[in-house]
Design a protein around this ligand. Sequence first.
Ligand code: COA
Length: 432
Amino acid sequence: MRRAASLNGTMTVELREALAALGAESAFEVLAPHWEESVASIPAGTPAFLSPATFLESRAFCEAPSEADPVLIEAARRVRENPALLHLAWHCQRLLFDYRDYDASEVRHWPDLAEALGDLSGVFYLLVALSAIPRMRAHDARQGIPEAVTRNGSRRVPETMRSFAERHAGRRGVRPGTLPWLRHHVWGDLYRPGRLEYMARPFRGRLRAFRHRVTGEVIALSEADVVFNAEGYVDSGALAEAPGERWTARLVEDERAVTGSPIAPTGRAIRREVTLSRAEWACVLARTDPVLDIHIPDGGGMTPERCRDSMNQAQRFFPRHFPERPFVAFSCISWIMNPQIAEFYTPTSNMVLLQNEGYLFPCPSNGKAGLGFIFGTEQVDPATAPRDTSLRRAMLDHLAAGKPLRSGGMFVLKEDLVHYGAQHYRRRAPGS
Ligand SMILES: CC(C)(COP(=O)(O)OP(=O)(O)OC[C@H]1O[C@@H](n2cnc3c(N)ncnc32)[C@H](O)[C@@H]1OP(=O)(O)O)[C@@H](O)C(=O)NCCC(=O)NCCS
């Protein structure tokens, strides 16, 4: 491969030639941003993330299996010895973690490198993933974050290795498309105290929640102009809902009262209106209010005890470490908050037990919610997809019956976390 002297005297490597040498020319557009800066900044010796001392320590830190060590060592050797791979690896970790302007959605189009690395192509991206860990550790140590929380977050790497192995005959590696999530960890946006992950974000639910000033009861009203189907789920037009059964919520406010359609804590809008007097009811949550968005890492075992413990930890963690990120509630928008899971799977599943502790609300959905997480793709044929777990079987049977897999939302107001375990919102819904 041609190397030419650049203005500052270092050697440049042309991206087009590097990709041609790797049989990956088609990835030129997605890898072109910031290439020259990467070439100019590559260190003279081995970049730290490609030295075994560094990546093996990171592998151990995130508790990925040590059986991965031989392939990591072999892949890193081949990358160090091949200028095209070396520059590409350096560039990939910089694009991911140094350039916030780089579009995360491009990462899934990064080349598979099978021509250059054969079965080790996924390990190339595993090395890039492991390069996140020293960055996370340095960032979190500066913030005084307990190492256990950083380690918990770093488990994202072995989790993505597991899903890669499932889809690639047990091989080690990660898919490029899973790498951008690590940005949240490296940039200090996302933390995992216990079983769940949290990110301070504006609330996205299209509702207003009100608390009774005396009794403490909570009721949510839909925002205006949200379109619902007859069952009270959001009809976003993406699903072939029966026409004629749709209805549109109103929300009418003045200084004395608010009138609108309530959302039952079990997650459906109700087609009637209630009026709440402002003297009695205070608005406690609205769209864009700051909340802790909950993300649910892969791995099952999401028991009520672990969820409660994690949310309690988060309630202490954020004020202590990020007092500049206030929040009024926890919120989660996910396929896991689909109220129909209790019907098509089981009312005693951990997912439903978590739902029971929050106030559910309807969200737009494409009808395939959760398939990507549970089958690795949204293109699932119920006749041929794997049926090896009870959850997979339940989702497939639901789809085979022609029913959509919806998304749902949930919130828990910060002050109500003390009631976790009591199904607080369901038991204390006005009129219940
Ligand atoms: C969400 C999740 C953590 C729920 O776990 P849980 O309710 O505690 O699940 P359990 O450990 O009780 O397992 C219940 C069943 O589901 C199966 N299961 C759990 N996670 C699974 C997964 N990722 N893929 C396939 N099956 C899964 C289990 O094997 C078990 O099946 P079995 O009865 O045949 O043994 C789990 O589904 C998961 O890991 N999902 C992937 C991550 C995800 O979807 N995150 C949300 C992003 S918005």
